[in-house]
Design a protein. Structure first.
Length: 404
């Protein structure tokens, strides 16, 4: 029996869990204003205080060298490329110093699958960061990166996580999920870096180790609507089992300069996808608005379609920019968007602890009119301090052996 849209909406109003078929029916056929109203009602029930949060952190991509070669990625460079880079400790410290000056509390550290960066480099970096900045948080290394380190070091994933936590890892970002459907992952050439089960398995291991993580979904490549719903249901099931996800973030595929090409999904499709995520993910407290791919105004409108968080001020971004999106909002702009939508803006931590009111109302903070990049001069090359670590690739070994 086909259930009516009105009947499914009544289930949402009663707080009942949506089946995959119910979710798909809403996603395909419900009018956009109705989807928004349902998602907003669920958001209001979960967050009745009228607060919308955000975090001040910096998205640092420590290397763009990657062996995964995903077809949707315009950021990566192959091993040996003159445009490939790997940042050094001092470069990362300077980025942290600037982040702290802007009121930041955390580094979101992600990068390519570089075969010439061993687990010891991550451990030494994390320890050095914690030594210099004891209260600063490391939200670092997506599940495919954890798997990459596991394969390089020939250590099981739980052992890798334990070592990284001992060195200073605080939480894990949800990057690399793309679409948690292996048919899609194989077409996008990201199956080998992590299957859907492997991505979820890393998150389960992280949650059991006491870490909190985020979850993501990139849509708009080759997947069907059914597969988008499958992705959301798999996340919901994982959250039922381990309960470690703090938030969900979805964004549209950015096609410029990628091997896959194509056309970006519309802002309306983004809002519909965000709304259905709020309805399906009934065990997720927080949904972030992806203003970095949608722009500030659609990001603001997200607050009427299920989002209760404006995400990160970011300070720096390299991956999405490589595919053509260059939106920037500093704390002033983020807060203005929140407050003009009728909400109260509050700073938070990755764990969604409220840290206080906007920093710019407490002290003078420089305006940020564009996002920073990995290296201002755009140069490639790995930092000198990587010479002390063993490389796996032939190109990497030869380069380190010939350095003076």
């Amino acid at each position: 029996m086909i259930v009516s849209i009105a009947g499914i909406a009544e289930r949402v109003a009663r707080g009942e869990r949506l089946s995959p078929d119910d979710a798909l029916r809403l996603y395909r056929d419900a009018p956009t204003p109705l989807l928004g109203r349902l998602a907003d009602d669920v958001r209001r029930r979960r967050h009745p205080d009228g607060i919308v949060t955000y975090i001040i952190d910096r998205n640092v991509n420590y290397t763009n060298v990657c062996v995964a070669r995903c077809r949707f990625c315009a950021f990566y460079r192959p091993v040996g490329s003159s445009e490939g880079y790997a940042l050094g400790f001092d470069e990362i410290f300077r980025k942290i110093d600037e982040t702290i000056r802007l009121g930041g509390v955390q580094l979101l550290l992600q990068g390519g699958h570089n075969p010439d960066i061993p687990i010891g480099w991550y451990e030494d970096l994390f320890r050095a960061v914690k030594s210099r900045y004891p209260g600063f948080k490391l939200h670092a290394l997506s599940p495919p990166e954890i798997l990459h380190i596991s394969r390089l070091s020939q250590l099981p994933v739980p052992a890798v996580i334990d070592r990284l936590v001992a060195a200073g890892l605080d939480s894990i970002p949800g990057g690399g999920a793309e679409m948690l459907v292996d048919r899609v992952r194989k077409i996008l050439n990201c199956y080998s870096k992590a299957s859907a089960d492997e991505w979820l398995g890393v998150m389960g291991d992280a949650h059991r180790a006491g870490l909190r993580t985020t979850a993501t979904m990139m849509y708009g490549t080759v997947e069907t609507m059914e597969e988008r719903i499958e992705h959301l249901v798999r996340l919901r099931t994982q959250q039922d089992e381990t309960g470690g996800f703090t938030a969900f973030i979805t964004w549209s595929y950015q096609p410029q300069h990628t091997e896959l090409g194509g056309v970006e999904a519309t802002g309306v499709e983004y809002l519909r996808t965000l709304a259905i995520a709020r309805l399906v993910l009934d065990n997720f407290d927080n949904l972030q608005a992806s203003w970095v791919t949608q722009g500030g105004k659609v990001g603001q409108l997200s607050l009427a379609y299920g989002a209760n968080d404006m995400g990160s001020v970011m300070i720096e971004e390299n991956v999405v920019r490589a595919a053509g999106a260059e939106y920037c909002m500093d704390e002033f702009e983020v807060v203005r968007n929140i407050e003009s939508a009728g909400f109260t803006a509050k700073r938070r931590s990755m764990h969604y602890e409220i840290l206080g009111d906007p920093i710019f109302r407490e002290r003078a903070v420089p305006r940020m009119l564009e996002l920073a990049v990995a290296r201002e001069d755009g140069r490639g090359g790995e930092a000198e301090d990587l010479r002390g670590y063993a490389a796996r690739s032939r190109t990497g070994r030869e380069a380190r052996e010939t350095r003076p």
